[in-house]
Design a protein around this ligand. Sequence first.
Ligand code: URA
Length: 233
Amino acid sequence: MRLVKLIANLGYGSRKEIQTAIRHGWVTDRAGNRLKADSNVPHEDVLFDDEPLDPAPGMVLVMNKPLGYTCSIKDQGRLVYDLLPDRFRMRKPALSTIGRLDKETSGLLLFTDDGTFLHKVISPKADVPKVYDVTLDRPMKGDEAALFASGDMMLESEDKPLKPAELDVIDATHARLTLHEGRYHQVRRMFAATGNHVTDLSRSRIGGLSLDGLEEGKWRLLDEADKARIFEG
Ligand code: URA
């Protein structure tokens, strides 16, 4: 791909702006040689303003989403994209979240610009489990685990039963719930159906990938081993 298009697609500016940057000599190789619009240099050897370029398409990243941020590219209020470099919003192909977390849910959120990877993670065939830490308003009654595991729990206004889910009870008002699908507000609706109310919800794991000390509001790129871990749940 031509250098101008490659850099513009990473969100560094319009093609016109990138042409100007090239003319000014802001685009170089690692040895400091100025590159031209038609230079053919591997992505990893290109510097923009003396800094290596952002990752090429095919990137996957993990964020520890704080409460109060919406998983949307355009919405009112704080957005998860506000926690990423501004450029990432302008990338082509676009960077999207892999599934969503509610505004009032925190924890592990994946992003990618790779549609094939995204579909692989959310595909029912891959059956990637998602683990949620739940705090409840009231003590559990004791029959929740059996109901969630039954495979015939119905949520209001739905016509297909939920897949069996595993509930590990920690104490009367704390539990860890593992889901094998992702329906709208699923965790909150499951507990609401038992007469309870979720007061705090955080996702701690997707497949075999956990946050591993990633601070709230921070993100990091996944390498090939991290990506593979997602499917080793
Ligand atoms: N279930 C919910 O209720 N909310 C989330 O954000 C994720 C799962």
